[in-house]
Design a protein. Sequence first.
Length: 113
Amino acid sequence: MRFLVLFHATRFIGIYFLYLHAHGRPPYACAVRGGRRDIAEAGMARGVAAYPIPRIVYIWNLFGLADIRLVVATGARLGLHDPASMIALTELPLIIFMHVVIFSRVRALQHAA
């Protein structure tokens, strides 16, 4: 479980999104809003991994998956107007998959308890 959660520390990529936005890409709606949430998600992942209590992991995972869904929806909407502006979002499918795996692991832990 710790590895699955710590994988989301890669979401510190949000700092890079903020950097890119400061240099003119991607758009604010995606880079700044999504970047800030990614940074928060990555920071929380470190705490959650240190104390992987199933209920806390589940709540954190809900937040993280909701954030990714929002980023994907925003990216899709903005990408219709300028597809090249969304190239930085190509790593999202793996992050979404990891959230699904975490839900399945939490559920297995709850059934074992």
